[in-house]
Design a protein around this ligand. Structure first.
Ligand SMILES: [Zn+2]
Ligand SMILES: [Zn+2]
Length: 325
């Protein structure tokens, strides 16, 4: 490969290749190359670890080492700037410079401040590689604090009527948001949420919650549990008890979401940027090229071109070379 060539493609994660090789959210951590892991959600974590070093936040590194047999350490790479992605505890964006071009990889991002956590801020860059989960214009969410107080009201209403509430949330990320929002209700959590929370807890963010041991609880209570909580456990939790099931997701914008999830109530509370957030983030980064991936990648690329007049392309697996400069 010549000095000036720059290739960006989706293969072992997102690869940015020139005289140096960067791999973002790769499925295999190899010995050769620089491997950056944006956050601890399972679809961004490696499935196999061969090499010894990664670039990630302390929290992400802790989560990786907790689940991987092979332990890795932090690579010391001066040329990479890590920026808060605002998505979950320890989530980071990576800003690098290759062939005199600045490249920003966002991973999953959220630009809204949420539950006391700062949202991601844009930074000037030449090439922006951005997630597009909600890259379709119909996904626009109300402000996070408004939804947070609606969720609190809903919980309070139910408890006051003697009805317990179960909130379905992924163990990493939204569960911690719910623990913060519902702190005053002393929430119970299932073991997967408990374990995830133990890994991301810090002195400044103590995330107090109680582990549900599977026994009946006499008082009306709130429990935060993962959507894939064992069915038997769910049945136990539901048995002899009036429980209201609530889900929180950006997909709650869709009409059939409640039915699909089998819940009584759903709130459009997300740890991702909504459509407007994505467009504003791109504008703030002022790039010459945007590469969208994940979710509504085609739609977001199209909207960026038409609304902002910035060159944008979506990236898919199997596409060999997306950009050569
Ligand atoms: Zn994520
Ligand atoms: Zn993701």
């Amino acid at each position: 490969m010549t000095e000036r060539e720059l290739i960006i493609r989706l293969k072992n994660g997102i690869e940015v290749l020139s005289s140096k090789e960067y791999y973002f959210d790769a499925s295999v951590i190899e010995e050769r190359g620089t491997f950056c892991i944006s956050h601890a959600h399972s679809d961004h974590m490696p499935r196999r670890v061969v090499g010894n070093e990664v670039v990630a936040s302390d929290i992400t590194l802790r989560c990786l080492n907790a689940k991987s047999k092979k332990q890795v350490s932090m690579a010391s790479v001066d040329e990479i700037t890590m920026l808060d992605a605002g998505h979950m505890s320890g989530s980071r964006m990576f800003h690098i410079e290759v062939n005199d071009r600045r490249v920003l990889y966002t991973g999953d991002l959220c630009t809204r401040d949420r539950c006391g956590n700062k949202g991601a801020s844009p930074i000037e860059t030449d090439i922006l590689i951005i997630e597009s989960t909600y890259g379709d214009p119909r996904y626009v969410f109300p402000p996070s604090d408004v939804i947070a107080s609606l969720i609190r009201d809903e919980v309070e209403d139910n408890l006051s009527q003697g009805i317990s509430v179960s909130l379905l949330a992924y163990p990493f990320g939204k569960s911690q948001d719910m623990i913060r929002i519902l702190r005053d209700f002393h929430p119970y959590v299932d073991s997967s949420v408990y374990n995830a929370t133990s890994l991301v807890r810090t002195d400044v963010d103590p995330l107090e919650c109680r582990l549900w041991n599977g026994n009946n609880i006499d008082e009306p209570f709130v429990i935060i549990c993962s959507p894939w909580l064992n069915r038997i456990k769910q049945a136990e939790l539901m048995c002899n008890r009036n429980i209201k099931r609530i889900a929180m997701s950006g997909w709650a914008i869709d009409d059939n979401y409640k039915r699909r999830m089998g819940v009584h109530e759903a709130f459009p509370f997300s740890d991702h940027a909504d459509f407007n957030d994505l467009i504003n983030f791109v504008k703030g980064c002022d790039p010459e090229l945007v590469i969208t991936h994940h979710g509504s990648a085609d739609s977001l690329a199209q909207e960026i071109k038409s609304r902002l007049g910035i060159d944008a392309r979506s990236m898919r697996k199997g596409q060999r070379t997306l950009a050569e400069f």
